[in-house]
Design a protein around this ligand. Structure first.
Ligand SMILES: [Mn+2]
Length: 419
């Protein structure tokens, strides 16, 4: 959140935005001012005017159509020929700004972005995928994840200090809403619905950051987003940066508790179908569920680079980041973040807790996510949040929002530097 003083002077205003009134007695002047979250209007006046009449003319109220999004408010003001166009812009609503950053105030959207399902209206689309049937026979309530993150994300950080970036100002970012999944308990139908949805997202060139949902959603998302016919990846499979306690390549199981394209299978079938290039992909943080000693074999067979939690500790973070970047190269990257890669002390409300071996702390996980900075990140998801385990303080939902913010910032950073 950019802090605004009660009065903000915008010096470049003078040269950039004046239309010289020329011979006319009155000319007009347009204001283009960045809109910040919390701003509903701006008041402007000309500093050098003293008489009341002129002041009346020179005071405009600029209604910003959209508070949380990086649009520009447009105002109009009359100016006399020859007048010094130095302006003072006053923020009318410091109190409004306080309200906008309290999570419990207002109608909750993801990061308080505008809810707009129009795919032509954004560069980055935030999407809820309320799905549990890919793993839900044992772990219900992952479908409540999007609602839980909408609840807390207005209080998430607004700027990325390390990148020196406000993603909301750098890109058009909207909450597209939820993928409609009326066949709630029919996993295969839901996966098809997701695929159709993300085909449209890809065709629009929108880069999605989703909140699940069990990990089965990644199958639905990437069937739509990547591979043959994809506009977003130029027909290519994606390189996957996959942070997880589990391999999700359970090829030895024909189905997982009745689900075929399940939370345990997506990382396998996407490779076989050509939406993921395992030879450019990395699975990292694996530490469970080790019921057999050959638990990693399917991932090796598929061609993944596999970095277990033990190997991560052996190699160290810097070398792991190097392996990731080298492996991905200039391929389109998709980041999938299973919250169970984090230690349960940090993310207690996940579907499949793995307490037997320490997981990542938040700095370690975010360092790995940031390792793809500058690469062609086409999207990401955060999965396996179980809000019903997240009482009393919503900490896992807040962590999920923090990871989403990293993905949003990576994409905004790339788009604003390559634009
Ligand atoms: Mn997973």
């Amino acid at each position: 959140m950019r802090q605004l003083a009660a009065t903000t002077v915008i010096p470049e205003f003078a040269s950039a935005n004046i239309r010289d009134p020329g011979a006319a007695e009155l000319g007009s002047l347009q204001l283009w001012v960045p809109a910040f979250a919390g701003m509903t209007n701006w008041r402007a006046r000309l500093n050098n005017r003293t008489d009341a009449n002129h002041l009346t003319n020179a005071t405009g109220v600029f209604h910003l159509p959209n508070c949380a999004n990086p649009v520009y408010g447009v105002g109009h003001i009359e100016i006399r020929h020859g007048e010094t166009p130095e302006m003072t812009l006053k923020t009318g609503d410091a109190e409004q700004q306080v309200l906008e950053t309290t999570y419990w105030w207002g109608v909750p959207t993801l990061f308080r972005c505008p809810h707009d399902p129009d795919l032509s209206a954004c560069d980055i689309g935030l999407v809820g995928i309320p799905h549990s049937a890919g793993n839900g026979t044992t772990e219900h309530d992952q479908h409540l994840g999007p609602r839980a993150v909408r609840h807390v994300s207005p209080s998430a950080r607004r700027v990325h200090n390390k990148f020196g970036l406000s993603p909301w100002e750098a890109c058009r970012i909207n909450d597209l809403g939820d993928v409609p999944l009326p066949e709630v308990n029919n996993n295969e139908m839901c996966i098809e619905r997701m695929t159709d949805y993300f085909k449209a997202v890809s065709a629009a060139g929108v880069r999605p950051v989703s909140i699940g949902g069990d990990h089965g959603i990644t199958g639905g998302v990437l069937q739509g987003l990547a591979g043959a016919g994809s506009k977003l990846t130029d027909g290519e499979p994606v390189a996957l940066l996959h942070l997880d306690a589990h391999t999700d390549t359970y090829d030895q199981l024909d189905h997982f508790l009745g689900s075929k394209k399940s939370a345990a299978h997506w990382a396998s079938y996407l490779v076989k179908q050509g939406q993921v290039d395992a030879h450019k992909s990395v699975q990292i943080g694996l530490r469970g569920n080790t019921r057999s000693l050959d638990w990693l074999q399917p991932s090796y067979d598929l061609g993944y680079e596999v970095i277990t939690m033990d190997r991560y500790r052996e190699l160290g973070a810097a070398q792991c980041c190097e392996i990731i970047r080298e492996r991905i190269g200039d391929a389109p990257v998709y980041i999938t973040f299973d919250l169970d890669c984090l230690d349960p002390t940090i993310a207690p409300a996940v579907s499949n807790l793995e307490p037997g071996c320490r997981g990542f702390d938040i700095d370690q996980a975010i360092e790995l996510v940031q390792s793809v900075r500058g690469l062609n990140v086409v999207g990401g998801d955060v999965v396996c949040l179980m809000p019903t385990k997240d009482q009393p303080n919503n900490i896992t939902a807040m962590v999920a929002a923090a990871v989403m913010f990293e993905m949003i910032s990576l994409i905004a950073d790339r788009l604003s530097t390559t634009a």
